[in-house]
Design a protein around this ligand. Sequence first.
Ligand SMILES: C[S@@+](CC[C@H](N)C(=O)[O-])C[C@H]1O[C@@H](n2cnc3c(N)ncnc32)[C@H](O)[C@@H]1O
Length: 198
Amino acid sequence: MPSASPSGPEASTDVNPEAQTPYQKVPPKRAIPLERCQYLYLLPDTPKGRGVFASQPLKRGTHLETSPVLILPPSEVTTHTSKTLLNHYTYNWPLQVSPPTTTSPDAVMSRVAGSQVTQAIIFGLGSLFNHSSNPNVVWTRDLERECVVYKTLRDIAEGEELCISYGGPGRLTFVDVDYDPREAEAESWEDGLGKLGL
Ligand SMILES: C[S@@+](CC[C@H](N)C(=O)[O-])C[C@H]1O[C@@H](n2cnc3c(N)ncnc32)[C@H](O)[C@@H]1O
């Protein structure tokens, strides 16, 4: 009886190496490496809900994750996602508008729209990093490749929770369980990779 499993012996004889697409042989130049640190684990029941932790010490600048994003049209944010739980998971994302080719009033409006912000859904681990006013992970938007990159901001101890900054206290939609006003520099750690040389 033929095996129903694609990994069964019958299935493997069907694989013709010559029939592989170029994508299966060598990643094309435009391929985005999906870095994901294997020394991470998820806890389901922290005071912040689920959280991401280090299972071994990590060096400053460790590339933890590259999360692809889904950029939402502003109209969908207004009419749909802003009214759902998903709103607690999306990131601000600058709207990319083509540069104007004329100086007509419409073109001026395009330039204004270019500085507007919409929301993006972050796929992968990125959506599970909790907030801290003293974050140990820095994140940055890769606007061109539509990803968010996460790196450690300092050396991390085994068992430490990995947290990013969602912004200052005024931007939070929940009560920060470990808010410490002495450490509240949160705003400055958003998109700080270049600044930190990471
Ligand atoms: C992007 S999610 C992070 C993952 C979330 N803990 C989960 O279980 O899905 C953001 C939500 O996590 C919780 N959260 C994150 N950081 C927190 C903090 N410092 N204090 C309290 N709750 C926090 C809040 O409920 C917030 O809306």
